[in-house]
Design a protein around this ligand. Structure first.
Ligand code: GCU
Length: 411
């Protein structure tokens, strides 16, 4: 197939490996003052340094857990997914006055619930509402603002009945249930609508406008995932020690930041996350920092624009984001046709984070340094695959994530 048929390759960006600039990555195992980090007990200090830089220069600082946070189960059934699952829809209110909320749609294998076995669960954000992941008519149709999409049945930025199940190909709900996992889904626009409105809507309405190092939308969505985790910890049907946070594309960037900033996530999964996610920014392959900050000025904190067309000046690069997750399990996935997201750059962030994983006593990425053959997942404490096809979430991806969860959680 000609590459053009595989994925969007906006013109004016580099897709040629030979034209990647020479670069030096900041070393995750050297302190800011030059001291080498040679033992695990030095890592917390170095980790704090790296975390502060990501907070200050890249994603921005988010507030903690709001005082008024509370939850209400708004719907539940023990007969979902062909009788195999229970369904629960939980409204998470971010304030005592109930002005801003997000809904979590939860499916759990009925067998495990009946046996009172807490369920290991995939916590996920989606692009077009919880009702888009399945045609289950009991799912509350989202009333939140949505990006325009005819294909997803969105009219005037609102979902319609035609939106039900519109993204079902990305969500093999029945297979997830059959494999003994739960699925918790949230519409990202409940947390922060995905457009540049000057930080007024979504949960930002409850806070002062951010400073130059204040939370952008990615940090806000990740904060929402932490609030979902606050709920999951209260639900005895869920095994809060075995929660995998998963996201695709901009939501893959989000899952990485969620996994880095909240140690309660046992597994972090990034699907085709690209620039500002797993891809090494200094490679400037496909999407660049300047382009992402221009097209999506609300995603990162304002300080990040300092690195437009100047990636080398940034005190961190994305392998250090992955390193922040260590020693917890992380899986990074790429698609061959998704050159915009720089598959090799996504793999390299795992390779360059691996020394931290090894210092902390794990097998990292198993010593791999070469991009593996397509469709052959590597699974160690860190996992990786590059599959054939384009920017998307497929059954192949989900099979790999569930195999990885089986392995990591000893199922
Ligand atoms: C755009 C953007 C990417 C992003 C993607 C998505 O292509 O440039 O950075 O990952 O949208 O979220 O679908």
């Amino acid at each position: 197939l000609p590459t053009a048929m595989l994925s969007a390759q906006p013109a004016g960006y580099n897709y040629d490996e030979a034209k990647v600039p020479a670069y030096t990555l900041p070393d995750p195992l050297v302190m800011a003052d030059g001291t080498p980090v040679t033992s695990a007990d030095q890592w917390p200090k170095r980790r704090d340094e790296i975390m502060d830089l990501f907070l200050q220069e890249v994603y921005g600082k988010a507030p903690g857990k709001p005082e008024g946070l509370h939850f209400k189960v708004i719907e539940q059934s023990d007969d979902a997914v062909n009788g195999k699952a229970t369904r629960k829809q939980v409204r998470v209110f971010f304030d005592a006055d109930e002005t801003v909320a997000m809904d979590i749609l939860i499916y759990l294998p009925k067998k495990l619930v009946d046996a009172k076995q807490p369920v290991p669960t995939f916590l996920t954000l989606n692009f077009f509402g919880n009702h888009s992941i399945s045609d289950d008519p009991a799912i509350v149709l989202s009333e939140s603002w949505m990006r325009s999409s005819k294909e997803k049945g969105v009219v005037d930025h609102r979902a319609t009945e035609a939106s039900r199940g519109a993204s079902a190909s990305r969500w093999p709900v029945e297979t997830i249930i059959d494999r003994g996992y739960g699925l918790a889904a949230i519409y990202y626009g409940d947390i922060d609508p995905d457009f540049d409105d000057g930080f007024k809507n979504g949960v930002h309405a409850l806070y002062d406008p951010p400073a130059k190092d204040g939370w952008g939308s990615i940090a806000t969505w990740a904060w929402g995932l932490s609030r979902a985790m606050d709920y999951l910890e209260t639900d005895a049907e869920i095994d809060a020690n075995r929660v995998a946070v998963f996201g695709h594309s901009r939501l893959g960037k989000t899952s990485l930041w969620a996994g880095a900033s909240d140690p309660r996530f046992s597994i972090t999964i990034s699907n085709d996350s690209g620039c500002g996610g797993a891809a090494i920014s200094r490679r400037a392959f496909g999407e660049t920092v300047a382009r992402i900050n221009t097209s999506f000025p609300h995603w990162f904190c304002d300080n990040y624009t300092k690195y437009n067309d100047n990636e080398a000046a940034c005190p961190v690069d994305q392998h250090q984001l992955v390193a922040l997750i260590a020693p917890r399990s992380v899986y990074i996935a790429s698609a061959q046709g998704d050159t915009w997201a720089d598959p090799r750059g996504e793999f390299l962030s795992a390779v360059h984070a691996a020394p931290v994983y090894q210092l902390l006593g794990t097998d990292g990425i198993g010593g791999e340094t070469e991009l593996p053959p397509v469709n052959e997942p590597i699974m160690h404490t860190m996992g990786y695959h590059i599959r054939t096809g384009k920017h998307n979430v497929t059954d192949f991806d989900w099979k790999a994530y569930m195999d990885f969860a089986d392995q990591r959680w000893g199922k």
